[in-house]
Design a protein around this ligand. Structure first.
Ligand SMILES: [Zn+2]
Length: 122
C-alpha cells in the first residue's frame, strides 16, 4: 500500500513521495511538472468534480466564475461551460436527459471539450 497521487492518479510506494508530496498527494515525478501544468490538471479535476456532485451550488458557481477568468484558455472555457450547465440544470439527477432533450448545444460543447466524461456515472 502506497500513496495516491492526485495528478497522475496512480498509487505509488511511499518512497516515491517526498514529505511535502505526501501531504499534498503529489508524487515525486508530478511535483517536478511546471506549475502551470500542475494547476491545469488540478483545475480540470476540480471542474470535473462539480459535475459529479449531486448539485452545483451557488458557492461552486462563484468558484467557477474565478476559473472562467483564468489565463488558461482550456480551463476558462470549461469553467464557462460548467456555469452554463449549472445555471440550466444545477442538479445532477436527470441532467443528461435534460441536456439531450433541451440543450443539445451544451451537450455538443461537452463533447467538444471532452468534459462529457465527467457526466458519466462510473
Ligand atoms: Zn504523480
Amino acid at each position: 500500500m502506497g500513496y495516491y497521487c492526485r495528478i497522475c492518479r496512480c498509487s505509488r510506494p511511499n518512497e516515491r513521495f517526498s514529505a511535502n508530496g505526501r501531504r499534498i498527494h503529489v508524487c515525486k515525478i508530478c511535483i517536478k511538472l511546471p506549475k502551470e501544468e500542475r494547476r491545469h490538471i488540478e483545475e480540470s479535476e476540480e471542474i470535473c468534480g462539480f459535475f459529479k456532485q449531486s448539485n452545483i451550488s451557488e458557492k461552486n458557481r462563484k468558484r467557477l466564475a474565478v476559473l472562467a477568468a483564468s489565463s488558461d484558455a482550456v480551463i476558462a472555457r470549461a469553467a464557462k461551460l460548467a456555469i452554463e450547465i449549472a445555471t440550466a440544470h444545477p442538479s445532477k439527477r436527470r441532467r443528461m436527459k435534460f441536456l439531450a432533450a433541451q440543450r443539445r448545444d451544451l451537450l455538443a460543447e461537452l463533447e467538444e471539450t471532452g468534459l462529457i466524461v465527467c457526466l458519466y456515472n462510473y
